[in-house]
Design a protein around this ligand. Structure first.
Ligand SMILES: [Zn+2]
Length: 395
């Protein structure tokens, strides 16, 4: 199903309705220098251009290229601060390789402190290229017509994708999760088959991703299983598309709650980025390059419990009512534990919502209105630890 929806856009690029070379002019500063500025990403109907700010550092010696991206969800601002603060003058001296940092990937969302952009109301982190776009880029003759051309947000996502796909050796996409959320990193399953890659290549990429996820220093939580992953269009997130379409080891980093820069998780985000740079041989001692104004270099954050866990949204409300959570982020839960009580508007007991899995609490769902099947929490639940998977067949 998702194969077809891309192709019309490709045809349009070929016929000149939209420029086919989608890459942005990301600078390559001289070795040992930093460049700051803004990339024009489109012309605004009301005048001027939409811009995405950048900070690019080029080390004195050669090495890998790390991309870090922030605020693809406009209210997830701790990630923006991480992207702004990773690059500083003292980092340059011992830096091997290049860092491309984009603190504001969704400027329209940041302006109104909203998750989505306002061009068409899309979730930008579900609009990155899917496998079909990548296939059509490789072989435009194979492109077939589809029902609608890509909208503004999807075009911007393609421009960013085309810019990192041939440039990044590793990508970190900074997010926040929800009210009072426990920080973690999301490790996507590496998909194989459907022309993406074979199983052996998937295992090799998954090994690289394991190393990356474990280096960051926050609890690692696997993404939803493949069927749910595709159903939620997460292969079209920034990191999902970098990993599964472009084959770049990539993580989604979740740094606590929305709307304000949270000092302690901001610090962990910067520290985790340096730990990743150490893994890739870009810096020797991550603690030595940690910005002084952020305080001491933090220890990695331990997971609430040992084991292999995946993201899970639930448990769910059966009897509607008002929620009183009985757990908080970071709590360990067993199957059958009460996650929330459901009360009537007058305060009398209606029911309880119990955990259907063992694991730990990532976050409570914000809001007290419990409708039928409202998820009361997000949990990290026990997982078989499969790091690769096949996408379901197209419909
Ligand atoms: Zn997000």
């Amino acid at each position: 199903m998702f194969v077809r929806q891309y192709k019309v856009g490709v045809i349009l690029f070929m016929t000149g309705a939209v420029c086919r070379d989608m890459s942005l002019a990301v600078p390559e500063p001289e070795p040992g220098t930093i460049e700051r500025g803004c990339l024009d990403v489109t012309t605004l109907p009301t005048g001027g251009t939409e811009v995405v700010p950048y900070i690019v550092a080029n080390g004195a010696t050669d090495g890998p290229t790390l991309w870090i991206t922030g605020t693809i969800h406009g209210n997830e601002v701790t990630g923006m601060a991480v992207c702004q603060d990773v690059i500083h003058d003292e980092l340059l001296e011992g830096l091997a390789g290049r860092i491309v940092s984009l603190p504001i990937v969704n400027p329209a969302g940041v302006r109104r402190n909203a998750r989505r952009s306002y061009y068409g109301g899309d979730d930008p982190n579900r609009k990155f290229p899917d496998v079909a776009y990548v296939e059509a880029e490789a072989d435009p003759e194979e492109a077939v017509d589809g029902p609608r051309p890509p909208g503004q947000q999807e075009i911007l996502c393609r421009r960013i994708f085309d810019s990192f796909a041939d440039d990044a050796d590793v990508l970190l996409d900074m997010h926040t999760a929800s009210t009072g959320a426990y920080p973690f990193v999301i490790q996507d399953r590496v998909l194989y088959g459907r022309g993406l890659r074979d199983e052996e290549e998937a295992r090799s990429l998954a090994d690289d991703l394991d190393d990356l996820a474990n280096a960051f220093g926050l609890p690692v939580v696997f993404e939803y299983p493949p069927e749910e992953y595709i159903d939620q269009s997460l292969q079209r997130s920034t990191s999902g598309s970098a990993l599964n379409q472009a084959g770049i080891p990539a993580l989604t980093v979740e740094l606590g709650q929305h709307n304000v820069v949270e000092t302690q998780w901001h610090r962990q985000g910067v520290a985790g980025t340096y730990r990743v740079m150490e893994l890739f041989g870009m810096v020797e001692d991550p603690g030595a390059v940690f910005p002084e104004e952020l305080g001491p270099f933090p220890e990695p954050l331990d997971p609430p419990r040992e084991g292999s866990f995946r993201r899970y949204v639930g448990p769910h409300v059966e009897v509607p009512g008002l929620l009183r959570h009985q757990v908080t982020a970071g709590d360990v839960v067993e199957e059958g534990d009460v996650i929330a009580r459901v009360v009537s508007p007058e305060g009398t007991e209606r029911s309880t919502v119990r955990s259907d899995h063992a694991g730990w609490v990532i976050q409570r769902t914000p809001g007290v209105a419990g409708y039928e099947n409202t998820a009361v929490a997000s949990l990290a639940v026990e997982d078989d630890g499969d790091r690769i998977g096949t996408p379901p067949e197209e419909e």
